[in-house]
Structures are given as structure tokens and as C-alpha cells.
Design a protein around this ligand. Structure first.
Ligand SMILES: Cc1ncc(C[n+]2csc(CCOP(=O)(O)OP(=O)(O)O)c2C)c(N)n1
Ligand SMILES: CC(=O)[C@@H](O)[C@H](O)COP(=O)(O)O
Ligand SMILES: [Mg+2]
Length: 619
């Protein structure tokens, strides 16, 4: 049946009695394809019927469906003519795992980061009003994404709208891990309709304690049950804001969903449709472990076991283990995650020190300022966060942490290229945006032992500090190079003359490859591990300039504002007799693909670096 759907709106030719079968076909297709390519399985399995119902009710591309995060947009891709692309899902040059307007006119808004859908949808609504156009706008946000601050700013703003704006709340009571916080609790109560029953029970229990009066009053209240019920209409929070609430609706019943959407479409003003879905639906391992199957690599369909080669220690693991060790000896150490406990390696810390662990939801801005408050009150907070998500907390870094010189440790994971998630998730701006902030210290380790040493060092500093490291296996050669960390001091690995290569963090492994190739070609090369991007080791730069004619810097960060640019600026400002050539990323976004492939394409691997240096030297 899926074969009959070749383009947007073809689903409307499917008979209602076949909806269930189509949903089953879509699920089998997704499980089979994702088991080979990897991808966001559990979230996609949960929204099959919801997506079908939206595509049955609305007309694409005229109507605009805006997905929050967009990791759940696979069925939408299938229903808009992109079935063939799934063999290359998330591969270099292949189908994106997120909505991309450049990929299809049915993708109304590009996403990857959370909690943007209501703002973007509202933008469409206001533009439609001004231009006098006539189309439907539907923003689809998950319960996890509804923990993000932007969503509330947008809801607050949306409540003023007089024309139709549909917000679909896809509630599967999961973020990547268990969802957290007050809104999540509120949704739970709506879901189980406990709001009404719970309040009634609470009132009864309280009244019972009033001698002589309580019991008759309960009898009276029971008679007035209906009016009491009206006091606690589900969705009152949204209704009070001026947003019509419809639901909760069973999210795996296509016809019921279509009926609700038809109703929602008729309402003037903003309307929130609360849809209940099951994350991982249709695949037992994903239902049992929705967090593990949120984002997966290739796996065995029968068992659900991963087929990815076993990884060595990742930087994330090392961070988690060393942090736990540090926290054993220091009770003031506390850890914060913005809904990424597993991804940032904080699970171990959380189970050892539950009272010192805080999952704040998808709320990076809040997390940074929350850490600032903790630091003011004498704690030693570490915020473990993905590089691209910390972009959300930029003002908070400057205004709340660094300006006050507060001792907050930022464990910046997924620094550099992350691979298959693509442009939205590459951590390639952090060295620039962190090192431009006064009072910040910015470090990056060359191998797993150095990450441990840097983390211990960071907790001793009296100001804000970021340690930046990448996704995946940690480099575990050069163990003997563990000179004690000193503020703003780099590390000489090989000292010669002619050419100096200074590498930042994990690019050390590529720099070593380049070094070896150049040595084989008979060149005299020095190799230096920068360790600090800020403060810059100006003494080392001066020293290198005396004995080398050219410095090559190597970093997985955009060139603008990066380490190499800073070294070049310093050399120029001080008229040093040395040329500085940065190997860095261009002023552009980097698409999806395997990291090795991307480095090759970008000329940022050992071979490409050696080749370019050799070419320069030959003139
Ligand atoms: C700003 C930002 N922080 C963190 C993430 C990582 N992230 C991706 S999906 C997700 C959970 C979203 O939960 P929900 O919206 O309920 O969707 P579900 O996966 O349950 O379908 C998180 C934390 C992100 N994409 N963007
Ligand atoms: C959609 C999203 O933002 C996350 O699920 C992200 O894909 C996780 O990335 P890692 O696989 O690097 O943890
Ligand atoms: Mg969810």
C-alpha cells in the first residue's frame, strides 16, 4: 500500500478500512530501514497514525506542518514521496533525518533543535493574516520539547492570535529519558483524567476531618458533582491562557484523530490538540526501552541488539566516570543536564548522587543561569551539554556566569563534527563563541587521560571554564604525555624546527598522522598540543616564531574566531616573523555524514593536512 503513495496527498486515495494496514506497513518499513542505517526509531514509530491523520486532513504543501525537533518526521517523509531515500538516510549526500525545506516543499521549516515549532508556526500565522492568505498552520510539539522555554514564550504570544492556529501536543510521556518537571506532571494528570478525581478525593479527605460538618458537606458536594467537574476542565492551563484545548485524543486511532483535526480547523484562534501516543509502538524492544531506541545505530531486528562495533571508552564515558570520582571526595560538586543524562554520561553520577543531580528538561538557557545560582551559593556545578545545544545559553554564559566570574564547569560534549545528525548538530562554533567571552577558560583534551586531568583542574579554578571534547571513542595513544596541566600552557610533543603544527583537542590524532607523513618525507616538524584555546599560550607562540618559519594550526571549529585565527592575530599584532596557516572549517554549515568522510571532504584529516603542508613547502 505504501507503494501507492508516491507524492503528497496520495494518502487521501487510501480507504479508511485500510488505514491500519498502511500504518503496519509504515512501521515495518521504518524498522527495516533504520535497523540498517540507524536513526530516531522510537519517536517515529509513535507518530505513524498521527502523521497519517494530519496528511489525510490537511493539504500539502499549501498547509504547513511544522515539526518540533523534527526527529519524528520520517512518516511525513514517506507520505511526501521520499520513500526511496531511506536507504541513504542520514548518510553523506542522502536523505536528512530532519525536515529540510531544501529537500521537499512539504517541509515548511528546518529543525533539529527543540521547542521552535510554536514560534515558527506563529510566524506563518501572522504572515498569512498580513498577506490575506488562506492555509492551515499546524505545529507539532512533543511533551519533552514542551519543557523548553521558547515554547512558553511562543504560547504566551500565540494566545493573542484571532485566526486559526493548531498546536498538536504529541504526548508520549517521554523525552529521550523519562520526561521531567511540572508540565510533565500536569500532562500526566490530564492523561489519566486524575485531575478531576484527584481533586475530588483531596477535598473529601480534608472535609472528613471537620467534625459534624464534614460528612454532610461531602454528601452535598457529591450531588453537585457536575458543577465541581466544571471547575477542573482538562486543559484549564491552556484554556486560561486563551488557547482552546481539545483532548486528550487516542493517538493511534486515525479516524478519531481526523475528526478532532476537522474540529480544530474550525476554531478561531489558537487550539491545542492533546494527542496521546506510545513511543516505540509496534516494536517490542523500543516499547520496553524507548530511551535506548530514541536514536540508534544499526541493530538486529529479532533481538534489538546493536550491530555497531563495540566502542572503546568514549570521551563521554571518561567524563562520567571521572566526575563521579571527583564528586565522591567533594560534596559540593553538583551536575546538571538539559534532558541529556544518558548522552552526556551523567547517568552514573545521577544514580550515585541523586540529590546532587538535576535534569532541568530541554532548558539550556535556564541550566546555565541555574548553575550560576548554584555557584553563587557555594556549590561547584558542572553543566554537561552538547556543544550545539549550548548555543542556546549564549547570553546566559556572558551575562550570568562569566561577567560575575562564577566557577561553573561546562563539560561541552559533541564538540566538532558529530556526523549523521548533520548541520543542526555539528559542534563547530563553540571554540569561537566560548573564547570570545571575557573571563572564560577554554580547554580541549588530546586524549582520554587529558580529559580526566582537565576535569580535575577545572574544579580547582576560581572562574568559568569549558572543556570541549567530541562524540565517540576517545584517543588512547600517547598515554605517557601527561605533563601536569597549568593554566594557559600548551604541551610540546616533538620539538624541531622549520614547520610547527599546533593542534586543538581531539584533532591531535589527525595532527599526529600528518606529522608522521611529513617526517617520512624528510621534513623537520614540531608538534604541539594547544590544550588551552583561552588563555592563549603566547609564550609558546613567541618561542615557536623564533625557530620556525610557518605555524599550522589544526582545529575542528570554524576558522572565524577559532584558535588559528587567534594565533594569527597575535602573530600579526606582535609582528612575529612567522606565517600562520589555520586548518579549520569554512564559514559555512557542515552537512551530515560519517565524520571520516566529512573530514576528507573538508580537507581536515591527517593525509590532507600533510599534503597541503608539503605543497606549501615545495612552494
Ligand atoms: C535545544 C535542544 N536540546 C536537546 C535536544 C536533544 N533532544 C532531541 S529529541 C529530545 C527529546 C524530545 O522529546 P519529545 O519532544 O517529547 O519527543 P519524543 O522523542 O518523545 O517524540 C531531546 C532532548 C535538542 N534536539 N535540542
Ligand atoms: C534529535 C536529537 O537532538 C538527539 O536525539 C540527537 O540526535 C542525539 O545525538 P547523539 O546520538 O549524539 O546522542
Ligand atoms: Mg515525548
Amino acid at each position: 500500500m505504501l507503494e501507492q503513495i508516491k507524492k503528497a496527498n496520495d494518502i487521501k486515495e487510501i480507504a479508511p478500512e485500510d488505514y491500519q494496514e498502511l500504518a503496519a506497513e509504515i512501521r515495518s518499513f521504518l524498522i527495516e530501514k533504520i535497523s540498517k542505517t540507524g536513526g530516531h526509531l522510537a519517536s517515529n514509530l509513535g507518530v505513524v497514525e498521527l502523521t497519517m491523520a494530519m496528511h489525510l486532513t490537511f493539504t500539502l504543501p499549501e498547509d504547513k506542518i511544522i515539526w518540533d525537533v523534527g526527529h519524528q518526521s520520517y512518516t511525513h517523509k514517506l507520505l511526501t514521496g521520499r520513500t526511496a531515500g531511506f536507504d541513504e538516510l542520514r548518510c553523506f549526500g542522502g536523505l536528512s533525518g530532519f525536515p529540510k525545506p531544501g529537500e521537499s516543499e512539504c517541509d515548511a521549516f528546518g529543525t533539529g533543535h527543540s521547542s521552535t515549532s510554536i514560534s515558527a508556526g506563529l510566524g506563518y500565522v501572522r504572515a498569512r493574516e498580513i498577506k490575506g492568505e488562506d492555509y492551515q498552520v499546524i505545529s507539532v510539539i512533543g511533551d519533552g520539547s514542551l519543557t523548553g522555554g521558547m515554547a512558553y514564550e511562543a504560547l504566551n504570544n500565540a494566545s493573542q492570535v484571532k485566526s486559526n492556529f493548531i498546536i498538536v501536543l504529541n504526548d508520549n510521556h517521554m523525552s529521550i529519558s523519562e520526561n521531567v518537571g511540572g508540565i510533565s506532571k500536569y500532562l500526566n494528570r490530564l492523561r489519566s483524567a486524575e485531575l478531576y478525581h484527584g481533586l475530588k478525593k483531596g477535598v473529601e479527605e480534608t472535609l472528613e476531618y471537620i467534625p459534624g460538618v464534614g460528612k454532610p458537606m461531602i454528601r452535598q458536594l457529591k450531588k453537585a458533582k457536575n458543577s465541581l467537574k466544571q471547575l477542573v476542565i482538562p486543559g484549564m492551563l491552556f484554556e486560561d491562557m486563551g488557547i482552546t484545548y481539545l483532548g486528550p485524543v487516542a493517538g493511534h486511532d486515525v479516524e478519531k484523530l481526523c475528526k478532532t483535526f476537522r474540529e480544530a480547523r474550525r476554531i478561531k484562534g489558537p487550539v491545542l490538540v492533546h494527542v496521546l501516543t506510545e513511543k516505540g509502538r509496534g516494536y517490542e524492544p523500543a516499547i520496553a526501552m524507548p530511551d535506548k531506541f530514541h536514536g540508534v545505530g544499526p541493530f538486529d531486528i529479532e533481538t534489538g541488539e546493536s550491530l555497531s562495533p563495540a566502542t572503546k571508552d568514549s570521551y563521554t564515558d571518561v567524563f562520567g566516570k571521572v566526575l563521579t570520582d571527583i564528586a565522591m571526595k567533594d560534596e559540593t560538586v553538583v551536575a546538571i543536564t538539559a534532558a541529556m543524562a544518558d548522552g552526556t554520561g551523567l547517568k552514573r553520577f545521577a544514580s550515585k548522587f541523586p540529590k546532587r543531580f538535576f535534569d532541568v528538561g530541554i532548558a539550556e538557557e535556564h541550566a546555565v543561569t541555574f548553575a550560576a545560582g548554584l555557584a553563587c551559593a557555594g556549590m561547584k556545578p558542572v553543566f554537561a551539554v552538547y556543544s550545539s545545544f549550548l548555543q542556546r545559553g549564549f547570553d546566559q554564559l556572558i551575562h550570568d556566569v562569566a561577567l560575575q566570574k562564577l566557577p561553573v564547569v561546562f563539560a561541552v560534549d559533541r564538540g566538532g563534527l558529530v556526523g549523521n545528525d548533520g548541520d543542526t548538530h555539528q559542534g563547530i562554533f563553540d571554540l569561537s563563541y566560548l573564547s570570545m567571552i571575557p573571563n572564560m577558560t577554554v580547554m580541549s583534551p588530546k586524549h582520554k587521560w587529558e580529559l580526566a586531568d582537565m576535569l580535575r583542574f577545572a574544579f580547582k579554578l576560581q572562574g568559568p571554564v569549558a572543556i570541549r571534547y567530541p562524540r565517540g571513542s576517545a584517543f588512547d595513544a600517547f598515554e605517557e604525555y601527561r605533563e601536569e596541566i597549568a593554566l594557559g600552557k600548551s604541551e610540546w610533543i616533538y620539538r624541531e624546527e622549520e614547520v610547527a603544527i599546533i593542534s586543538v583537542g581531539h584533532m591531535f590524532s589527525e595532527a599526529v598522522l600528518a606529522y608522521k607523513k611529513l617526517k617520512e618525507a624528510g621534513r623537520k616538524v614540531s608538534l604541539i598540543n594547544a590544550r588551552f584555546v583561552k588563555p592563549l599560550d603566547t609564550q609558546m607562540i613567541e618561542e615557536v616564531a623564533k625557530t620556525h618559519s610557518i605555524i599550522y594550526t589544526v582545529e575542528e571549529n570554524v576558522k572565524i574566531g577559532g584558535f588559528g585565527s587567534q594565533v594569527a592575530d597575535y602573530a600579526e599584532e606582535h609582528s612575529l616573523p612567522v606565517k600562520v596557516c589555520p586548518f579549520a572549517l569554512p564559514d559555512d554549515y557542515v552537512e551530515q555524514g560519517n565524520v571520516e568522510v566529512l573530514r576528507e571532504v573538508l580537507g581536515l584529516n591527517g593525509s590532507a593536512i600533510a599534503e597541503k603542508i608539503e605543497k606549501d613547502l615545495k612552494g
